[in-house]
Design a protein around this ligand. Structure first.
Ligand code: NCD
Length: 309
C-alpha cells in the first residue's frame, strides 16, 4: 500500500500533489476503465454538486457521467444566471449552502483563487474544475493519463505545447504537472501569449524548457504535441485578440515531418487551430483524451470520497 491518502482532500492545484500521488491517481484511473463501461455502486447515495459559473461541455458532463457510472447522483447549475448569485449572493455563501446538499463540490469560476476560497468555507471537498486563467488540475491529470496510455510512459518524452500559454489554464496546470517528471518541454506561442512568467520560473528549475516560436523546427523530434485555443474571452480588449487570431494552425502540411507515432492532444474545445483533416490521422488523440476525462474523474471522486484506497 503506497503512502497516499486522498479521502476528504480538496483538489485545488496540481502543485499540491507529488509525483507518487499523481501516479496513484493515474493507476486508479486505469482500474476505472472497465467500470466506466459496466457501471458500479461504489458511490451509491453520494451526491456531487457541479457549480459552473463559466461555460463547459466536457468538464461538467464528464464529472456528472463519472458520478452516475459509480452509482451516485448529481445536482448543480451550469448557468450562474439562474442561480442565486444572480441575486447577488457571494461565493462563500453559495458554498456554505451547497455543502448541506452534497458530499463533494466541483467548481468552475472565472476568478483566480475561487476554488481555494471555496475550500476555506466548505466542509465537503472542493474540486477545482477550472479557475480563470489560473489552473485546471483535473484536466492536467487527464492529459498525463492520456500521455501514459498512448506512450506507455511519461519520462523521457519530448513534449511541445502550442497556443495561448498566457491565458490558458490547462497549460499552466499541465506545465506544473510535467515538471514533476523527466521530460523536455518546448513552449510555442505568439509573442504576446507566452507562458506566464510565474509558471515558467517554477518549471524551469525542474526540467529543460525552451521557448521556440517555430513549430516546424521542432516537430520532427516531438513525441507529444499539445494544442490549445486562444482564450478569446480572457483578452482585455478585442483589438489584442484580433492581432493573434489565426496565427497558428495544425494541418496535414504541419505534420509532414512529424514522427509516425506523434500524439496530438487538445483539451478542447477547438476553434480553428487544428483543421478537421487532421482528425482522421492516427496521431490525433484528442477525442480519446475526452473519453479519458470520465475515467480520471471517476478515480478522483472514488478516491476523495473514500470508496477506493
Ligand atoms: C478548457 C478550459 O475550460 O479551460 N476546456 C476543458 O475543460 N477541456 C480549455 C479551453 O476552454 O480552451
Amino acid at each position: 500500500m503506497p503512502n497516499v491518502n486522498f479521502q476528504g482532500r480538496d483538489i485545488i492545484s496540481i502543485e499540491d500533489f507529488t509525483q507518487q500521488e499523481i501516479n496513484y491517481i493515474l493507476d486508479t484511473s486505469r482500474s476505472m476503465e472497465p467500470i466506466a463501461k459496466n457501471g458500479s455502486d461504489m458511490l451509491k447515495r453520494k451526491i456531487l454538486a457541479t457549480l459552473f459559473f463559466e461555460p463547459s461541455t466536457r468538464t461538467r458532463l464528464s464529472f456528472e457521467a463519472a458520478m452516475l457510472k459509480l452509482g451516485g447522483n448529481n445536482i448543480g447549475f451550469a448557468e450562474a444566471e439562474i442561480a442565486s448569485v444572480k441575486k447577488g449572493e457571494n461565493l462563500a455563501d453559495t458554498i456554505r449552502t451547497v455543502q448541506n446538499y452534497a458530499d463533494i463540490i466541483a467548481l468552475r469560476h472565472p476568478l483566480e483563487g475561487a476554488a481555494k476560497l471555496a475550500a476555506e468555507f466548505s466542509n465537503v471537498p472542493i474540486i477545482n474544475a477550472g479557475t480563470g486563467a489560473e489552473e485546471h488540475p483535473t484536466q492536467a491529470l487527464i492529459d498525463l493519463y492520456t500521455i501514459r496510455k498512448e506512450k506507455g510512459k511519461i519520462d523521457g518524452l519530448k513534449i511541445a505545447v502550442i497556443g495561448d500559454l498566457r491565458y490558458g489554464r490547462t497549460v499552466h496546470s499541465l506545465a506544473y504537472a510535467l515538471a514533476k517528471y523527466n521530460v523536455e518541454l518546448t513552449l510555442i506561442s505568439p509573442e504576446t501569449l507566452k507562458m506566464r512568467r510565474e509558471v515558467l520560473n517554477i518549471i524551469q528549475t525542474k526540467i529543460p524548457v525552451a521557448e521556440e516560436p517555430n513549430l516546424e523546427k521542432i516537430i520532427p523530434q516531438t513525441d507529444v504535441l499539445y494544442v490549445t485555443r486562444i482564450q478569446k474571452e480572457r483578452f482585455p480588449d478585442a483589438a489584442e485578440y484580433a492581432k493573434v487570431k489565426g496565427t497558428y494552425r495544425i494541418d496535414l502540411k504541419t505534420l509532414k515531418n512529424a514522427k509516425k507515432d506523434l500524439t496530438i492532444l487538445h483539451p478542447l474545445p477547438r476553434i480553428d487551430e487544428i483543421v478537421p483533416e487532421v482528425d482522421a490521422t492516427p496521431q490525433a488523440r484528442y477525442f480519446q483524451q475526452a473519453w479519458n476525462g470520465t475515467v480520471v474523474r471517476m478515480a478522483l471522486l472514488a478516491l476523495v470520497l473514500g470508496a477506493t484506497k
